[in-house]
Design a protein around this ligand. Sequence first.
Ligand SMILES: NC(=O)c1ccc[n+]([C@@H]2O[C@H](COP(=O)([O-])OP(=O)(O)OC[C@H]3O[C@@H](n4cnc5c(N)ncnc54)[C@H](OP(=O)(O)O)[C@@H]3O)[C@@H](O)[C@H]2O)c1
Length: 511
Amino acid sequence: MAPDENPLRLGMRRERIAEPCIMVIFGASGDLSRRKLMPALASLSARRLLPPEFTVLGVGRTSWSDEQFRQAMQEAVAEFADRELAAGDQWKAFAGGLMYQCADLGSADVYGELARRLADLDRIRGTGGNRVFYLAMPPSMYAPIIGGLGEAGLGSGPGTGTRIIIEKPFGRDLASAQALNRDVNRVFDESQVYRIDHYLGKETVQNLLVFRFANAFLEPTWNRQFIDHVQISVAEDIGIGDRGGYYEEAGVLRDMFQNHLLQLLCLVAMEAPVAFEADAVRDEKVKVLRAVRSLDAGAHRVHAVRGQYVAGQVLGRPAGAYRDAGGVHPASVTPTYAALKLHVDNWRWQGVPFYLRSGKQLARKTSEISVVYRQVPHLLFGGVARADLVPNVISLRIQPDEGIALSFEAKRPGTSLRMRPVEMDFSYGSAFGLLEMPNAYERLLLDCMLGDSTLFTRRDEVEAAWRVLQPVLDAWDHATEEGLEFYESGTWGPAAADDLLRADGRRWRRM
Ligand SMILES: NC(=O)c1ccc[n+]([C@@H]2O[C@H](COP(=O)([O-])OP(=O)(O)OC[C@H]3O[C@@H](n4cnc5c(N)ncnc54)[C@H](OP(=O)(O)O)[C@@H]3O)[C@@H](O)[C@H]2O)c1
């Protein structure tokens, strides 16, 4: 049978259409909704993956009628997505299902009215009581909204068509995440809860699982016997923009590590799940987080670097210091960069360090995982020094220029035996003829509507991630300027991060 006739492959390729439902977007007038959610929903609608009954009920304090909401969203889709999505019959069909409710969600009175509006819409639109609540709101509003939904009887229960999507950040430390989980689970069964980390919706992140578990050649070497260490880098070239108030409270560990970087660590380090199913995948990720060696008892002093950007040039343009940004205290010690050395204490990874780094206003925007192999055990080419031999590296590029590269030693042409590292490079764009990678939110919103939570974070998983970082957060939240490493904007971060690896005889990969 030709591979394409294989019914299993055909089954995987067939895209499922969501059931009729109302998606209630709390914070529909906000940035996330305009920039990501509406373009993703408009695109799903254009691809006919949403049923004609699909309805959005946007909620915010901005005083809009349904028609004004439609107009604002049309402008947003035109600005942040393909202009064609916001035009013609395609847009008309989607916009017919856009409704708006002006409400101050801090007031307990509004939820009864919301319940009535939803019941009306169910009748008019034929959505059968299926609802997805999306919290695109400031995190301080999560608990009041969840409580309000519960009071108004809108939580329903397991097995019903009600779901809730909760944006990051999920808590600001372990205790607050546990408290939020309790609030959520008082109203919603865990099977109804979708904690979103848009990184997991990225094609290349999902491809990491396919690469590891759909190919036989990798597994025998994916362990401490062959791998020397792993590097996970998520670099941003932008600063904090006008989000100073938020960032002062968050810092890089809460903003990037608790979610994106630890998720990437899980996907690299996890054992093969028994199936690509929500609980099977998440069980394995939780095991990784539980196996991460604690950074308490002062370990963070040796295994963690915190930095903050000062003025410099990013991609040839002048870039200001963090302390000069709006909403930032002039003597702020909030870290905008961190590098951590973690160990995963289990049979597969004992002794293999995982170096994680992320920062703002760095040399360029890029996310990459590098799996660096050990040196060969014995050198048989005379005249080649061990130090000249570059170890094999598998680089998984998450963004941009998504793809996978394997570097290995090759003989230079000529009569003498000299070698140099070369690369086998797979690029997503050219292999699949893609001009642009699909939007992560499209995949995740559709998955939620289909009831598939594989790519969302479970309660124990989010708490386990906070537990990994808590000792460092405790130390850094009370730290002074001492030990804060300032780095020039447009560089790859502070020299202390290089020293972290140099102390182990290693160095960061050039990106
Ligand atoms: N923006 C992004 O790209 C992004 C990415 C990842 C995660 N997130 C997360 O998504 C959430 C929303 O972020 P955002 O950037 O969209 O924030 P934002 O632009 O500040 O929008 C906040 C939204 O909440 C509404 N709101 C605030 N208080 C309200 C109240 N009492 N009653 C009713 N509505 C209220 C605002 O409505 P009015 O203005 O009409 O009052 C607005 O629609 C945050 O948790 C953020 O961390 C955002």
